[in-house]
Design a protein around this ligand. Structure first.
Ligand code: NAD
Length: 318
């Protein structure tokens, strides 16, 4: 079975590629290596995959001519490529191009595949809005350009499924962390601050945010289960994340404990688009996929700290 992964050089996509390879799948990927965060890190991720025999197309999903060069024999397409995060430095147009237009293009390409079994869209709990604490039946209420464009992309995917053009599902992920976590996200920033004795940029009010911190290894196992259960997944939206809720404060304490360091803060104004509370309600994932995340926050963070230390030792600061 052959799988195409978009956004393969990124945080979660690179883990997905490795897991599928391990399971005996043929894996190819696309990434435009954009500079939203350290391209050095994306190149390191990609090099590790290329060494294992994975082919990576260094292209943008919005390049029309890309679709003349790609094969038409993929059995699964997993669509991770996106403009993530809610950074004020990302314009609305960037979200629109990468979360909506890019999704339209990869969908048009998917419709040409000769034996596509499932298109897996990678969505986000940000679609639910300030409080992502409900089942998949809850109304969408995003509060950021990221959430709004990810919702629009998800609907584009599901529309193709409703029209009978492709079998597709959408998996909504919750605060993923682990080795290779994006440098703009909580735990990579915390670990970096602790190791380099730098103040951590803390958004006012964020210590009490409640989060479903979900380990990358558990997340890609869940996505793999969607491949194994592709017939049951068609047309479905499924939450994928940890059902255990922790505050950001608890997350900070865990990093401090594991590194035996006290982290200092640089207080920044609150980010209005931030979610207040998330918790992954995964009853549907349990029933359809048999999903059962197993990694504790301390265990997952230990792996992430080891990865960070090894990476900076080998490649310098990322
Ligand atoms: N990390 C999380 O906590 C989290 C939570 C919920 C959902 N998600 C979703 O998971 C997916 C992956 O997130 P991530 O954290 O790994 O992000 P990431 O930025 O590390 O990975 C995305 C990759 O896509 C590539 N990309 C972006 N636009 C592209 C385009 N137009 N053409 C080709 N490549 C492009 C980027 O270069 C990057 O390598 C995203 O769809 C995101 O919305 C992530």
């Amino acid at each position: 079975m052959k799988v195409l992964i978009t956004g393969i050089a990124g945080f979660i996509g690179s883990h997905m590629a490795e897991l599928l390879l391990l399971k005996g799948y043929e894996v190819e990927g696309i990434d435009n290596f954009n500079d939203y965060y350290s391209t050095k890190l994306k190149r390191i991720n990609a090099e590790e995959l290329i060494k294992k025999g994975i082919r990576i197309y260094d292209r943008d999903l919005n390049d029309a001519d890309l679709y003349y060069t790609l094969p038409l024999d993929y059995n699964f397409i997993i669509h991770f490529a996106a403009q993530p995060g809610i950074a004020s430095s990302s314009s609305f147009e960037t979200y629109l191009e990468n979360n909506f237009m890019a999704t339209k293009n990869i969908l048009d390409f998917s419709k040409k595949q000769e034996d596509l079994k499932l298109f897996i869209n990678i969505a986000t709990s940000s679609i639910y809005g300030k409080f992502a604490t409900q089942t998949e039946k809850a109304s969408a209420a995003p509060t950021s350009h990221y959430g709004v464009t990810k919702l629009a992309g998800e609907q584009l995917v599901l529309a193709e499924n409703r029209l009978g053009n492709i079998n597709a599902c959408s998996l909504r992920l919750y605060s993923v962390y682990g080795p290779r976590e994006r440098p703009d996200k909580l735990y990579t920033k915390l670990i970096r601050s602790a190791i380099f004795n730098e103040a951590f940029p803390l958004f006012e009010g964020s210590l009490s945010h409640k989060r479903s911190f979900s380990y990358s290894g558990d997340i890609v196992e869940g996505i793999f289960l969607a491949i194994l259960n592709f017939q049951k997944c068609s047309g479905e939206i499924i939450n994928l994340g940890s059902p255990i809720q922790k505050t950001t404060q608890e997350g900070i304490h865990t990093v401090e404990f594991l590194l035996n360091k006290k982290i200092t803060f640089n207080l920044l104004p609150p980010r209005t688009a931030d979610q207040q509370e998330t918790v992954a309600i995964i009853n549907k994932a349990k029933v359809i996929l048999g999903y059962e995340p197993k990694t504790s926050l301390a265990e997952g963070l230990k792996n992430q700290i080891n990865w960070y230390k090894n990476t900076i030792e080998k490649y310098g600061r990322i």
